[in-house]
Design a protein around this ligand. Sequence first.
Ligand SMILES: Cc1ncc(COP(=O)(O)O)c(C=O)c1O
Length: 468
Amino acid sequence: MTVPTGPIEPAELIARIPDFEQALALHRDQEPPTAINLSVAENVLVYEDSMQKRVFNEIELLPETYIQYKRPYGEDRLRQEVAALLSKAFEVDVAWGDVFGAGGVGSALECLAFALQDPPKTGEAGPPPLKEGDAVLLPAPYWQGFNWSFEQRPKLTCVPVPLPTEGPDRFRLTLDAIRDEYFRYYRVHGEYPRLLVLTNPQNPLGVNYGKQLLDEIYAWVLGETEMHIISDEIYAHSQVDGVRVPFTSALALEAYGRAWNRIHVVWGFAKDFGLSGFRTGFVVSKYGPVQRAMLGTSGIEEKKNPMSWFTPVDSLKHYVLGELLEATVNGPGAELYTSYAMRRYKELLSESFVKVRERLVTRGIEFVYTEGDNPAQFFWLDLTAYLGKRKEKEPCSPLPFTPPNEMDPDEQWLFEYLRCAPTEVTLLPGQTMHSPAPGFFRLCYTAYQPEVVCTAIDRVAKALALLK
Ligand SMILES: Cc1ncc(COP(=O)(O)O)c(C=O)c1O
């Protein structure tokens, strides 16, 4: 038996990460300084202008109490502050006792996937618990991380609900699409799906789901099926000016009043606040099995440590996020920094959206968008016209990791063509996000300041023109 020698090479370490978007994020350090990576859902808009200046520069290095253990799902104060923040964003009172922290929304979702496999207690209303193998419906394209959160350890099965890729309802969610997949799955597998996951605002499409559509979907799911619903609202604050369909939280629907035991919401600091590296997310749920899973139980027959014990909001996060949540602008007692930052974020997001959109239009790059829709942090580029138009390209060093196997070879070629010099722009291929058709790419326009994104668009347009 050979003894392993030395640390593993950085390239091999990245090659071991199967989530393509995460691997692209971690590969950034290896790319030339001229490369622009718009594939990763990150948000730098509020960094310079406000967060560094008004919060991080003000905080002292670690008071002693933050060296020690804290509750892994969040101390009361943190949960209260997050509940207040969400109450404002969701326009509904969020009870702090229903808010439970974890190490990122990816982890919060995993906690939920385990918790929903626990039975309700006698006398507690709720559908039968989920079991390994049960199907989770996800309107597609969707964030590929759901597969890791639901499948890797909780052993549920993700089932895409394909959205139409052509016609007037192109990439629009409808109740029919969900219903069709629900019954198709039953016909093939003899069991009904047990969980519906909606991302609202949507990633990668950006759109808010209208209240009427949500009312219809929730009424059907809660009235006609035994599915739970998870509403991933991690982009809740990512709203531009002049949106025709406003954001409606699942917690603000009438359905929540009747079926609070089957509706669970997640939110985190990674996207709206741009704190992706902090890995802090929250479950909001009133459901007994979820609350017990998140808080832990010491009963004789079911001793369980809180789920977040394995993926905590640790003391360092308590400290830094606590400072962020309590900071005020313009002196003590004035407006909370978080309110100011989210107001400022909306302005910055709207400005960036307008600039980037204009540049896409001027450069003739197609994207899927209906006037008045919310974009959140994304453009969903339609590069289908360039599929199959291969030409000789400059060689560039191959990525040390491979895209997901199911990717269309023409989409993959286009991805590589744009990634390599002289273009050096990385977009996220739509098929990594289970896009039902090839040729769509997600561009995250908050990953850099708008001037840089516009430069990237110029370079992409130049490269695409050579394929015509
Ligand atoms: C819809 C959605 N949910 C969850 C996450 C993951 O959040 P976190 O980084 O807090 O785990 C992402 C990240 O891209 C996302 O897009």
